[in-house]
Design a protein around this ligand. Structure first.
Ligand code: SF4
Length: 692
């Protein structure tokens, strides 16, 4: 009976990076329905299919419900159940043993995408334990945009879709498929409805192309060349914002002479986009006042990421789109606890010098270790040995580039513990596996510490299975075992209180409000300047020499050399039904996307004798996998787009759930890395295909 249903408010989590406000219907401690909350600040009632079935993540019969200790060889799939006491003691003893023998930095602490407060409690654990090594895929996700923004204009410029804008550029972003923090497809749809023009920059013909005024189907891996081509046109035709450039930028003359070589004709040769279309799109962007550039994560998927993100911030700046409503803005946090005190950064003052990646001269402000460098430390002892790893919300064996190297690294560790909701290929290699409570089963705060100027409440809706603990509780209890207990809370929920206390709220009061948003402040540079060494937007980096960075963004070649033996270019796209390597075990999602598919243009498919649905071997210099052909003209004839994050929960535990068969990262390598962030080439890989 519908009248028996209790409706609770919360926000979606761990399905993408968005934060739709939800109404969750509960009956007998079971979630029976999820719908969008019309009062939601970000989504105004919108949800996607994935969000509406998100409670199904909790109910699979094979969900982990007991702490497990490895019984057979690593990865053999043999376990026995142990108590929480035993699992925590065993983990603490092993981490301390490694610390005693090699030093605290020999333990890496791992996180996946930041989904809630546990991400920051894990950083706190690493800091208090004494390890500077927080391992995260930030080199390919978020940090390049954020850190490059900070170096160039003093902040991370996010697209402001809350205020009216004249033009949106979706640059490698597909909001119908996956959302950024603080941004939901509904905001984007509303802007289009109000008449905003649209430019899509994407190698795939995403659905929004049908509504776009301009689609630039660029050759993958050439974003920086295209952005520099835009800047060339805008400066050559004198379309830039002269007052802003004169008063608030540094190095304009150098940039202007530098981009002379990026004529639309030359850029066209690099990017495959007709020169006239480059001119048209650049003029549209310059003419729109304001224009919001919604830049997506794929920009960060090859070794040229620093130049790509730098050139895009320069583009925003010279057109006067920084810090204006409807442009790209600095999202200010509400009055909440700062990240530094929360993670106890004070306890590890030399972190920047001590972390593994410091050895490689990475860009300042990147405070996590790129997975490629972590594995070099594990396998080669460079710059020092790393022997232990504790990971949560992460599945490195499938999610990190170069799965074969990841396998070797995980196999060689002295100790590996994982916290998971479901047995994954990575958890299957662990010595200890902790079963976690998931969203709806714990009180949590979302969007903390990720630069979008708001936090959202995610209160507990139902009780978790008896032996499943929230990650925050696991870390809190582990922390007490490996460090002075007074640095931890009696009850982990005190972390939630800590965050909202500066706002004068208890966690309960915060839940009543639903979210906290920072103040909108536009054009604060007029009074305060930009938070860069010169006080201006640094089109040319004043710190380039000091930090061994390029002063001006450039296109210095394709991510990998063209190779006649591998005549196609491989990219990947995220599915709207999964989150990276998660949730293949959720039946309603699996029904929507039962198998990994590789998109192949009809002409290309015909050349190779491939029909729709055929199993296809995709091969790069680094490995091969099999996926099913999806013959479609949404991709270029020279590009194939494979599915990401695949493993098979239904496969044998002995095979570690078929982690090699269709896993995109069997095709990638960490042999070549971008210097600034340690980013590997996740896309833009020369490949060949054949019918299996
Ligand atoms: S759009 Fe993202 S945040 Fe919203 S319901 Fe879907 S997965 Fe959840």
């Amino acid at each position: 009976m519908t009248e028996d249903i209790r409706w609770e408010k919360t926000h979606c989590a761990r399905m993408d990076q968005g934060g739709c406000a939800l109404l969750v219907g509960v009956k007998d401690n079971k979630i029976v329905q999820i719908k969008g909350d019309p009062d939601g600040y970000l989504n105004k009632g919108y949800t996607c299919f994935k969000g509406r079935v998100s409670a199904d993540r909790l109910t699979h019969p094979d969900r982990l419900k007991h702490p497990l200790k490895r019984a057979g060889k690593r990865g053999e799939g043999k376990w026995h159940q142990v108590s929480w006491e035993e699992a925590l003691d065993e983990t603490a003893d092993n981490l301390k043993k490694i610390r005693d023998k090699y030093g605290a930095r020999a333990v890496g602490f791992g996180v996946g995408m930041p989904k809630g407060l546990e991400h920051f409690v894990q950083i706190r654990l690493a800091n208090i334990f004494g390890s500077p090594n927080l391992i995260a895929s930030q080199d390919v996700c978020h940090a390049p945009r954020e850190v490059t923004g900070i170096h160039t204009c003093g902040f991370y410029p996010v697209a402001d879709l809350h205020n009216p804008t004249e033009l949106i550029v979706l640059w490698a972003s597909n909001p119908a498929s996956t959302n950024e923090e603080g941004q939901i497809a509904s905001q984007f749809y509303a802007q289009l409805k109000k008449g905003a023009k649209l430019i899509v920059v994407d190698p795939r013909r995403i659905d929004f192309v049908d509504q776009a005024d301009c689609w630039l189907q660029l050759r993958p891996g050439t974003a920086q060349a295209l952005a520099l081509g835009f800047i060339h046109v805008i400066i050559e035709e004198s379309l830039y914002d002269k007052e802003f450039v004169e008063k608030y930028t540094y190095g304009f003359e150098d940039l202007a002479s530098h981009v002379k070589e990026y004529s639309p004709e030359k850029v066209s040769e690099i990017t495959w986009i007709p020169a006239d279309l480059i001119r048209k799109a650049a003029r549209m962007y310059a003419a729109a006042k304001p224009a919001a550039l919604q830049w997506g994560n794929p920009i960060e998927h090859d070794v040229g990421v620093f130049d790509a993100t730098r050139s895009l911030v320069c583009l925003m700046a010279i057109c006067g789109n920084l810090e204006v409503p409807g442009g790209n803005v600095n999202a200010h946090d509400p009055k909440i606890m700062g990240l530094g005190p929360f993670v106890r950064a004070d306890l590890i003052p030399d972190k920047r010098k001590e972390m593994i990646s410091a050895h490689y001269g990475i860009i300042p402000r990147l405070m996590t270790v790129a997975p490629a460098y972590f594995r070099k430390a594990v396998l080669e002892g460079v710059p020092y040995p790393v022997r232990g790893y504790y990971g949560m919300c992460t599945n490195p064996l499938v999610a990190w580039a170069d799965s074969k190297t990841t396998y070797e690294a995980l196999l060689s560790l002295d100790f590996l513990a994982m916290a998971e909701i479901f047995m994954t290929p990575t958890a299957a290699m662990a010595d200890i596996v902790f079963p976690v409570a998931h969203q709806y089963e714990m009180n949590d705060i979302g969007h903390y510490g990720i630069g979008h100027g708001m936090i959202v409440a995610r209160p507990k809706i139902v009780e978790p299975p008896e032996a499943c603990w929230p990650d925050m509780k696991i870390i809190n209890e582990l922390g007490k075992r490996v460090s002075p207990p007074e640095l931890w809370h009696d009850d982990f929920e005190a972390f939630l209180e800590d965050v909202v206390k500066p706002a004068g709220l208890t966690y309960r009061e915060f839940v009543e409000k639903g979210y906290l948003k920072g103040p909108d402040r536009f054009k604060s540079y007029v009074e305060k300047g930009f938070r860069t060494p010169t006080g201006k937007v640094e089109l040319k980096l004043s710190t380039a020499e000091k930090f061994r960075l390029k002063p001006l963004p450039e296109f210095s070649g394709f991510p990998e050399e063209d190779d006649p033996g591998f005549p196609l270019l491989l990219i990947s796209a995220k599915s709207q039904y999964y989150l990276l390597s998660s949730y293949r075990w959720v039946p309603k999602l699996r029904e929507k996307r039962p198998n990994p598919k590789v998109e192949i243009h009809p002409e290309t498919a015909a050349t190779y004798g491939i029909s729709d649905g055929d199993p296809v071997v995709i091969e790069t210099k680094y490995g091969e996998v099999t996926q099913a052909a999806h013959v479609t003209d949404i991709v270029h004839t020279k590009v194939v787009s494979a599915s990401l994050g695949w493993w098979f929960p239904e496969a044998d535990p002995e095979s570690q759930y078929g982690w090699q068969k269709s896993n995109f990262n069997m095709l990638t390598s960490i042999g070549k890395l971008g210097k600034e962030f340690g980013t590997p080439n996740l896309k833009n890989l020369p490949c060949r295909i054949r019918k299996a």
